[in-house]
Design a protein around this ligand. Structure first.
Ligand code: ACO
Length: 335
């Protein structure tokens, strides 16, 4: 059984923060940020915006493009590391889309690799599980976990949602040619937003005798990152992963029409393109406008490229995600 991509959509919050805006909050400037990262502005949740709402908007657009009714969905995968419910946000998306058949929906947590992992999971569900219409959403609001006084990280991230609809098809139409996925927990120290145990909780402390021990009360710390190590990891592992996915697909690098990487840093994107000997005309980048939107960055850039007519039906895309975990992976797909 094959699977193909039949629709895409995206949504971003209204509030835009430019590099100049950030320079009023921390000691930085537009030149430093744009030269080192390629980022010029980013969107950030504010007011009544929320991530679930963005995810639903992106999902509706993908369904509309695919001409698939929400009732015909049989799986929703919400790839996010910033869910609005610790128990998972996918069922809320299922509810808000009004899927009457109550399709299975669950979250996938793999930071900036989340969307690629979601795409492969969708294909596995279709090929092995008899599913027909799988909605894969990549959505993150890292702004909620950024330390806005840390100039090393707060300049990098933005919030967004993107979605694609993956549909069962016959093997001749198959649009997922090869993939490659990895993780390395020993690199977690370079990039994390770990749980922290709160110092004290008076109510619980005074009831300690009832429990016989002080129960733990926790929250998450802000994003901690060693930028140089993450940079090195990305430029080493991403080309290897794409080469491995190409090999599994039995395709040469020259068959790639578009390189669509997780949008983290323009210098990472350029280094990977150079290593794969792909000219800049074949590289998709919208990093300047949105920054690093984690699991949303690939479907957001894909959606813009498809709607602007840049990516055309039948073209081959090499896509790769990489980030916290550490996790990384790539997929060779046909639009
Ligand atoms: N403005 C001005 N100066 C700054 C800023 C800033 N925003 N941030 C850091 N600096 C300073 C530093 O303090 C340092 O000053 P010093 O030399 O006096 O000590 C100098 O600039 C150089 O800092 P570095 O951290 O060495 O800069 P680098 O060239 O490594 O660039 C960056 C930093 C942009 C973060 C880069 O390392 C990078 O992009 N790494 C990859 C990060 C990434 O992609 N992370 C996300 C992964 S996806 C996920 O899962 C979340």
């Amino acid at each position: 059984k094959g699977c193909k991509l039949v629709g895409c959509g995206s949504a971003v919050p209204a509030l835009q923060i430019s590099n100049d805006d950030l320079s009023k909050m921390v000691d930085t400037n537009d030149e430093w940020i744009s030269v080192r990262t390629g980022i010029r502005r980013r969107r950030v949740l504010s007011g009544k915006d929320n991530l679930t709402g963005l995810a639903v908007e992106a999902a509706r657009k993908a369904l509309e493009m695919a001409k698939v009714d929400p009732d015909d969905l049989d799986l929703i995968l919400m790839c996010t590391s910033t869910p609005e419910d610790l128990f998972g946000s996918a069922p809320q998306i299922q509810k808000q889309l009004g899927c009457k058949a109550n399709p299975l929906s669950y979250d996938i947590t793999a930071a900036c690799s989340g969307f690629v992992l979601g795409l492969i999971s969708a294909a596995c569900h279709i090929r092995g599980g008899g599913f027909n219409n799988v909605l894969v959403i990549g959505a993150d609001a890292l702004s909620r976990y950024v330390d806005w006084t840390d100039r090393g990280t707060c300049i990098l991230f933005g919030d967004a949602a993107g979605a694609v609809l993956v549909q069962a098809c016959n093997s001749e139409e198959d649009g997922l040619f090869g993939f490659d996925l990895h993780s390395d927990g020993s690199g977690q120290r370079h990039l994390n937003a770990s749980i922290k145990e709160n110092e004290s909780n008076n109510a619980l402390d005074s009831n300690g005798s009832v429990f016989g021990f002080p129960p733990k009360q926790s929250s998450y710390s802000c994003i901690q990152m060693n930028g140089k190590e993450v940079f090195r990891f990305a430029v080493r592992c991403v080309p290897q992963s794409i080469e491995s996915a190409l090999e599994k697909a039995g395709l040469p690098a020259s068959s790639i029409d578009w390189l669509l990487l997780h949008q983290a840093n323009q210098r990472i994107i350029d280094a990977v393109a150079t290593r794969l000997e792909l000219p800049s005309e074949r590289v998709i980048s919208n990093l300047a406008n949105y920054g690093n939107t984690s699991a949303a960055s690939i479907p957001l850039a894909l959606d813009e490229a498809v709607r602007s007519g840049k990516v055309k039906a039948g073209q081959t895309i090499a896509t790769a995600g990489f980030g916290a975990g550490l996790t990384w992976g790539s997929a060779i797909i046909r639009w």
